[in-house]
Design a protein around this ligand. Structure first.
Ligand SMILES: *Cc1c(COP(=O)(O)O)cnc(C)c1O
Length: 353
């Protein structure tokens, strides 16, 4: 067993999450979002698995992510690949070559698509209230009946979908419906992981889940319908007792007042954990949750009381016993960030359960 942190990606759990989301969203199409190297789990491996499970449309953020995904899927798997960054001016040839579908997100991108001659399909991203990308409703209205563009999707993105009752959701839904009224024949997509659970009226023709495919609950807390896909574990290197009056790790803050028995494991923030989880996150060892006392670059220490432990025993830092949403809550972030950080030193392996 190698002495380093290990990231195990369970492709069967991924497929089951895909089927669960598809069943909730159906008849809307479920189009996986595999940006940022498949949320840190390997865009190639997760996309091939999702294709087998039935996915036929995918979303990435960057142009080069789309190119890499096209290569990974190859000619035998002619998926539609949507690029959320849209059409960066000067990249039309690359879009054509890899048969990508840019989601036009501002008037400059519309101009670039027109200048390119409109010989590839595009999506129209309308801003309904996130104010970071997307065409304004007024800009969108100028595209009705456009003689050059070939739109195949109208989309927008919700800013507060994880807060089920948020007023902003209703505002965005109304604006999206209005936009859709301009393009009644165009397939439409509004919801990501959280939005698709808000109800039928949010699902339109296509939903775009990312984090819930990869084990995050749609509403930022663990959800029994969603299975863990990624497990991070690490071997114990040392077991020791810190005596009262001594310090633990860096800084003078952690002086212990009573004997503290710890297991020191071969994982740290260089393996994708967040340093601020020290003193707040939990680990799973010998059938119970244990407090994580410190997270350094290469090492972390968990408190184990009098539980027997030996070098080589493995502790779980995220996985079936420690949902990614719990780790996110303990480190003041969202499951998305916990997952994408794992693309560091941890050794990745793929299993089917
Ligand atoms: C990242 C992203 C998604 C996926 O969001 P999740 O919360 O991970 O489901 C969907 N749509 C857009 C536009 C995104 O940027």
């Amino acid at each position: 067993m190698p002495h380093r942190a290990r990231l195990t990606v369970d492709l069967s759990a991924l497929d089951r999450n895909y089927r669960t989301l598809s069943a909730v969203a159906g008849p809307a199409e479920t189009a996986p979002v595999v940006k940022a190297d498949g949320y840190g789990l390997g865009a190639r491996q997760v996309s091939l698995s999702l294709w087998e499970a039935g996915a036929r449309s995918f979303f990435v953020a960057r142009l080069d992510e789309g190119e890499a995904l096209r290569r990974a899927l190859g000619p035998a798997r002619p998926a539609r690949i949507f690029v959320l960054d849209g059409l960066v001016p000067g990249t039309a040839d690359r879009v054509r070559r890899s048969q990508l579908i840019p989601l036009l997100a501002d008037p400059g991108q519309v101009a670039a698509a027109r200048a390119a001659g409109g010989d590839f399909p595009v999506g129209l991203h309308v801003d309904t209230g996130m104010n970071r990308q997307g065409l304004s409703p007024a800009d969108l209205s100028t595209l009705v009946g456009d003689p050059v563009l070939q739109p195949v999707l109208l989309m927008s993105h919700l800013g507060s979908a994880a807060e089920a009752g948020a007023k902003r959701n209703q505002v965005q839904l109304e604006r999206f419906r209005a936009a859709r009224g301009l393009f009644p024949d165009l397939p439409a997509s509004l919801a990501a992981s959280a939005g698709l659970f808000l109800g039928t009226e949010w699902r339109f023709d296509m939903v775009r889940p990312g984090v819930s495919l990869f084990g995050g609950g749609p509403f930022e807390t663990p959800d029994p319908r969603i299975e863990a896909v990624a497990t991070l574990d690490a071997p114990i290197l040392y077991v020791r007792t810190v005596e009262p009056g001594e310090w633990l790790g860096y800084g003078s803050g952690l002086q212990v007042t009573q004997p503290l028995r710890i297991a020191v494991a071969a994982a740290g923030y260089a393996d994708g954990l967040l340093r601020r989880g020290g003193g707040r996150a939990s680990a799973w060892f010998a059938g119970a949750r244990r407090p994580v006392r410190i997270i350094n670059m290469d090492l972390l220490a968990i408190e184990i009381g009098d539980t027997p432990a030996r070098p080589g025993d493995r502790i779980e830092l995220m996985g079936p016993n420690l949902p990614v949403d719990d780790l996110a809550a303990a480190t003041d972030t969202v499951a998305h960030e916990c997952l994408v950080r794992l693309s560091g030193r941890a050794r990745r392996r793929y299993v089917r359960s």
